[in-house]
Ligand binder design. Sequence first.
Ligand code: MAN
Length: 351
Amino acid sequence: MSIAKRFKNNPILSPRDLPPSIAGLEVTCLLNPGVFEFDGKVWLLVRVAERPAQKEESISFPILSANGEIKIMEIDKKDPELKVGDARGVNYQGQDYLTTLSHLRLLCSDDGENFYEPEGYPLLTGYGALENFGIEDCRVTYLEGKYHLTFTAVSDSGVCVGMRTTTDWKNFTNHGLILPPHNKDCAIFTEKVDGKYFALHRPSSVDLGGNYIWLASSPDGIHWGNHKCLIKTRKGSWDSARVGAGAAPIKTTHGWLEIYHGANEHHQYCLGAILLDLNDPSKVLARSKDPIMRPTAEYELCGFFGHVVFTNGHVVDGDTVTIYYGAADEFVCGAKLSINEILKGLEYEAC
Ligand code: MAN
């Protein structure tokens, strides 16, 4: 039996629930929201992935030009220079592209289950040449009076981690890229440890190494160093091909509890957990052997990219963590888990 109790009204958001950002595009996927509490409400910073309506004979997708305008690439499916990957990407003339362009949109809720777009808040879009394929999968950490937004910044130069900060969700400071390619899945801890800021992140090496979760520390929350590899993929396991951090770790009396995603060679994404030492987060104390959540519901198995549960945002209330997650890369869903049950399921020798 799964320890994740899914919301009865899942999916709580589907692409048809939000209008596209501009005429000529469709909302293809709503997924992977960052989550935070503000003004007495629960907020989602949802990734909105858009593209034009698709034609039978071509593939088309938007990219951002240097002046921030959206340009549509349209490629004939018979073009010999087109190589189609999975639903998420294509290669054309030797260059990789994403099939959708993502921005981030704010929604809020009084009950944590019914969300609406409030008036007067801006969309967050990619900015400049290093975000021309969009921004994705934002983690939101409230730290020292500011919300820290760490997200995947995608461009033809690579996949990096960008950061913006805000206090009111209307005015933002752009700190540019805080980690260079290839890196994503960056979550800043909610408190300093021993006077330093800490963050989880996921550099990837194409040649040697893999898709592992790393830890970094920083004197100012902007410049990151002292990188350490925390956990690796496990051969033959549900997390055999990639692991990446979810939202900021949850502080418990036993240690920092991190809910992470892992995928196997078939790109099937599940969630697991690790426990890090409270005073030295580079020490991994325990790890779940089996997933704490796997895709089983229809909306998790079938969609834009099926067999995916992916979380990068939650709220904590006592022993309950409510995770918000992307299902099949197309829908936003919610589930509740007991922190104690997650902790009980961890294995201390499975790291
Ligand atoms: C990658 C990212 C995520 C996505 C998963 C599953 O980790 O692109 O945004 O949800 O793959 O497709």
